[in-house]
Design a protein around this ligand. Structure first.
Ligand SMILES: [Ca+2]
Length: 329
C-alpha cells in the first residue's frame, strides 16, 4: 500500500469545489487531514454548511474534520457572491443533509497552523477559494510559509482576461489583500489560474460518461449539469471548465499544466483593476524604463504559475477518477 500524503483542502463550496473534493478522494493519493471552509462563492457561514454537507455526501464526515472560515475577507472592498454560477445556496439545486459531526471551535486558519506543525515539511495545502484562511495563518505565524510543503491554489489570470472583471479572476478579486499576503510570503506556491483552467473543458460527452458511472456520481452529475447550464447562460457555449478539480490534480501531477517560475503581485488599491494578478516571469529580460518600488521588492519572491494546459489530459483523468470514490445523494 502506498503511503498517502497529508493534505488540507481549503474551499468555498461551490459546485466545482464539491467536484474537487470527490476527485481528491477518488485519486487515492491523499490523506485528507481537514476540510477548511472559507467565504467566497457564498458568504462564510453558507460555505461552512455546504462543506459539512459535502463531507456527509462523500461519506467522510466521521473521519475528516470541517472547520469554519472567518466571517469576512481581509479586504474592506465590497464583495458580491457567485450564486449566479453556483445556485442560491452554492450547490446548484441540492439540499443536502448536514453532517452528523460536532461543530468544532477551531477555525480554518487555526487548523491550518496546527496541521503545518504536525506535518512539518509534508503538508500540501490546496486552496480552491479566496486565500483568506491562508493569509490569516501567515499573518499569525509567518513561519507557516516554510512549514508547508506547498500551496496549490486555484485563482488568478496571468496572461489571459479575468472572469469577474476584464482583468481579475473571482477568487483573487474576492480577497485581493489576502492573495497579496500569500504571494509575498515566500510560501512555495503554484497558481492554477484561468490560463490553464479555461483550457481544460468538460463537454456533454464527458457528462454522459459521469452520468453512466452510476449512483456514486449522481450528485456530481447533477452539479455538473447545473454548472454547464450556468456557463451556457453566460456565453460559455456547451462546455464548462473544471477550475477547482484542476488545482487538486496539479497537487499530484504538474503535467496537467504548463508552468513558469515568476513573481505575482496582486493589485488591490485600484477599483478598476482590483484583483489583477501581475505576473513577472523570472526568465523575463528587464524591459522596463524604471522599476517601481513594489517591483523592486517583490520580483524576487517567486512561485510557479500556470500559463496553459499541459501534456496530460486532465478532463480524461477527472472523468475516470470521480467514480473511484462513490458518494451518496
Ligand atoms: Ca471554489
Amino acid at each position: 500500500m502506498t503511503l498517502r500524503s497529508p493534505i488540507v483542502l481549503d474551499s468555498d463550496p461551490g459546485i466545482d469545489d464539491a467536484l474537487a473534493l470527490q476527485y481528491l478522494l477518488g485519486t487515492g493519493l491523499w490523506d485528507l487531514k481537514a476540510y477548511t471552509s472559507v467565504g467566497g462563492n457564498l458568504p462564510a457561514e453558507q460555505t461552512y454548511l455546504n462543506a459539512r454537507a459535502l463531507t456527509r455526501a462523500m461519506r467522510i464526515d466521521a473521519d475528516v474534520p470541517v472547520h469554519r472560515g472567518t466571517g469576512r475577507p481581509l479586504t474592506r472592498l465590497p464583495y458580491t457572491s457567485a450564486s449566479a454560477f453556483h445556485g442560491k445556496a452554492g450547490l446548484g439545486n441540492e439540499t443536502l443533509p448536514d453532517s452528523t459531526a460536532a461543530h468544532l471551535p477551531e477555525s480554518s486558519a487555526q487548523a491550518l497552523l496546527r496541521l503545518s506543525r504536525d506535518y512539518e515539511g509534508e503538508l500540501t495545502v490546496c486552496a480552491t477559494g479566496p486565500l483568506t484562511n491562508v493569509a490569516i495563518a501567515l499573518l499569525e505565524d509567518p513561519a507557516f510559509a516554510h512549514r508547508v510543503k506547498k500551496l496549490v491554489f486555484m485563482g488568478g489570470a496571468a496572461q489571459v482576461p479575468g472572469n469577474v472583471t476584464p482583468v481579475a479572476e473571482f477568487n483573487i478579486w474576492a480577497d485581493p489583500d489576502a492573495a497579496e499576503v500569500v504571494m509575498s510570503s515566500g510560501i512555495p506556491f503554484t497558481m492554477v489560474d484561468l490560463d490553464a483552467s479555461l483550457r481544460w473543458l468538460f463537454r456533454p460527452a464527458d457528462l454522459a460518461a459521469v452520468e453512466a458511472a452510476g449512483a456514486g456520481t449522481a450528485l456530481a452529475a447533477r452539479l455538473l449539469r447545473v454548472y454547464m447550464d450556468a456557463y451556457r447562460r453566460h456565453g460559455g457555449g456547451d462546455a464548462c471548465p473544471l477550475h477547482d478539480p484542476l488545482a487538486v490534480g496539479v497537487c499530484a501531477d504538474e503535467s496537467f499544466i504548463t508552468v513558469a517560475e515568476g513573481a505575482v503581485i496582486v493589485e488591490s488599491a485600484s477599483e478598476l483593476t482590483r484583483g489583477k494578478t501581475v505576473f513577472i516571469p523570472s526568465a523575463a529580460q528587464q524591459v522596463y524604463y524604471a522599476d517601481s518600488p513594489v517591483l523592486t521588492s517583490r520580483r524576487a519572491v517567486t512561485g510557479r504559475v500556470a500559463l496553459g494546459p499541459g501534456p496530460r489530459d486532465f478532463v480524461k483523468d477527472f472523468v475516470a477518477t470521480l467514480p473511484q470514490w462513490p458518494g451518496v445523494g
